[in-house]
Write a protein of this length. Structure first.
Lengths: 233, 233, 233, 233
């Protein structure tokens, strides 16, 4: 059982009726529901003080999930710095969908994290390209999301340490949809599904992937570990 | 200008009229034609003595292209061993299409190299996922092959050092179509396109990729280099 | 708790008094002792029927440890093939010291696996270069082996997925001493320490590393998983 | 022939007599001298307007070398952003010695880039662990620097795409001294040697490595290439 904190921008759901209809309590609540049976889950949102990511919250978090879209620029740089350091110390991180463009993910990757996109509600089929990976545990050869926003290559990220999923879109695109990285002592998983206007996080297989990814990203001894007290001139 | 040797099984073209119609002089001749303006090209086939891959031929080869399909098992183990050693010493290697199942490639990868397949003549679109890679030099965002045999994931290979292309197939599959590896001092590029019943190697972009890949795989000083004379107890 | 099988060549200990003095019951017995509190351990040796690695044994093994040195060539190719396939299906594998030159490891790596060596009984200091890795769990910044056989670079292996340890030798060499790989669905850890004439496997930190590595290499659900039923033409 | 720009902090040489004695015209001048026979070289320093790294300079640069130590914080964020973007577009980058702690390198790596250090003037031996790599072209198995500042592991960087050198220090440490990365379309090489109080950049093998690294990092067509015009919502 890991201590999981789910961070959500939580703006769309309060400002847009169509989104509110899909995620009435916020995307974070739906994700929390997917994880709550197995983990100790709390949530935090952009408009909380310090975005809900105080030193205390981060120090007691094993794995952080991050969902953002429209307000990346409103995330305070000091909080980004604080979360970044915790990842390097060993906190796991799940970066979801449009959070590829968050300050945090761009900072961890060192690249633009740009990609192609089209909001067309088309079919996405996610292929498991690494069947032995723990994040694919219990999945079949592929699974489908009947309506999604399309993300297409090239995705400007460093070569993933492990590529778990690659998406096929009916409109003709492909995308590396499940990418594993290690930075410092922390494990990072980028997972593409999750647009706010589709009930992606209600999808059973997506929920299974989230649970698997939390297990994978949890530090080995269930607590933060530091990269150390290194210094130089 | 590199010294390139193109190896072809050269059976389909002599035994099957449909294939002979597409590649009347053999697949090797068509590939040779794509490279001859820029490189010093020779060819070799399965039914040549020592499969045309004598010590002398290999020692004077900078980059070897390998196409095989139906007769992988007829390739002599001693020749596979010899080629394998030359790759480790620094000779570049292009592994084409169904050669994923050659003794040589399986031996270099250490995995089964298995994949899914369907011979349906459907459309393949190859996306450039690594636009800055030399093998993608001069290409656009993607290119299409109107009729191909489908290859699908999972492709049982080690994580590529660099993934250059990912294919989208109209039947619903994806595939890592351009994979770079280094083994010993040699550079290896697996390139998916190339079925014997379609004129894939007449396609201008495919030919450009082959030329780029030869440039990329050529040892730096244009001559073989050895990993060394290391020994142990 | 994983099902661990420890394979040992078990020749030196029966033929050489100096080795027998260090490992009176065989290297496998000493390694088994290091793991037995946490795992279900069995052993197998070269001179057992089928080298002790029958289909039944392998099917019930989560993680296999391999130690060999003088008799690599006596290992039957059919058994190597069988073990290789089980690794691709998901069985974990620990490759110890001179087993870098085993048929099995060379086959999984696709390279010569050659290195430099000198049997001088000098000091080795192993630095943890990836402090957040599960295999380094509980270790300090480094640990020392007062007397070892030296292994030096270049070590002809593919770039490790993760490099956990790098050794410093008092004679002036360095070596990548802890290398992680994934092949098919199996996790592989090469760990350098372990010469037969020094009591390396009695060393507390080495034993801790072995336990950590077994944990890391165990398939997620504690049972073999297959890469699948893929086929091609 | 590539267009190379050598950037140097250029403070130590003007403020410290001991450094001025080693590099009377600045570290940049000594590096420029190593490259000038083969490349079109210009220099730029911290105290130039815009640190000498204007849009025009960067747009006409194929490979940038970066040396900094004491004044990382004085480098303007807007210039760092500009250089970062040019690397992602395809400009090669050589990061030298203490520049591991530059804003630019930390931003490209996404980690703390911390390490251990000791200024003791001891012997460093650099082992070539990847003999087939172009950056090792023409080198032997190792080379030595008789007096250096020590850098030790753990070095908090992402796993290198290719590790070319590993250093042995007489004081008992090891270090990954030559690390290759790709970010966006740009090639990055971190090279450890180069302290300001030792004539490291006069060393013939170091100069050979710098030339090799410039060749390796030069974009294929000798001009900048962009990752593209990708956008998303």
């Amino acid at each position: 059982m890991a201590a999981v904190t789910i961070w959500n921008e939580y703006r769309h759901e309060r400002e847009d009726e169509a989104v509110a209809a899909v995620y009435p309590d916020g995307i974070h609540a739906t994700i929390a529901d997917a994880l709550a049976d197995e983990h100790d889950v709390q949530t935090a949102t952009l408009d909380d003080p310090e975005h809900g990511l105080t030193v205390d919250v981060l120090e007691s978090t094993d794995v952080l999930c991050w969902w953002g879209h429209d307000a990346h620029d409103e995330v305070d740089d000091a909080v980004v710095e604080r979360v970044h350091e915790r990842v390097l110390e060993g906190m796991g991180l799940l970066v979801l969908h449009s959070a590829h463009y968050s300050k945090l993910f761009k900072r961890l990757m060192g690249t633009s994290c740009s990609l192609q996109w089209r909001e067309d509600g088309g079919l996405e089929r996610l292929w498991v390209v690494d069947p032995g990976h723990p994040i694919a545990d219990g999945l079949g050869a592929w699974f489908e999301l009947p309506e999604t926003e399309m993300y297409g290559e090239p995705f400007d990220v460093p070569e993933p340490d492990r590529l778990v999923f690659t998406s096929w879109f009916e409109g003709g695109e492909v995308f590396r949809s499940g990418c594993c990285y290690r930075r410092g002592s922390g494990r990072i998983f980028y997972f593409r599904p999750g647009h706010e206007t589709y009930p992606i996080y209600e999808h059973e297989t997506v929920r299974r992937v989230l649970r698997n990814a939390v297990d994978w990203a949890t530090p080995v001894d269930g607590s933060p570990r530091t990269f150390g007290h290194r210094e130089r001139s």
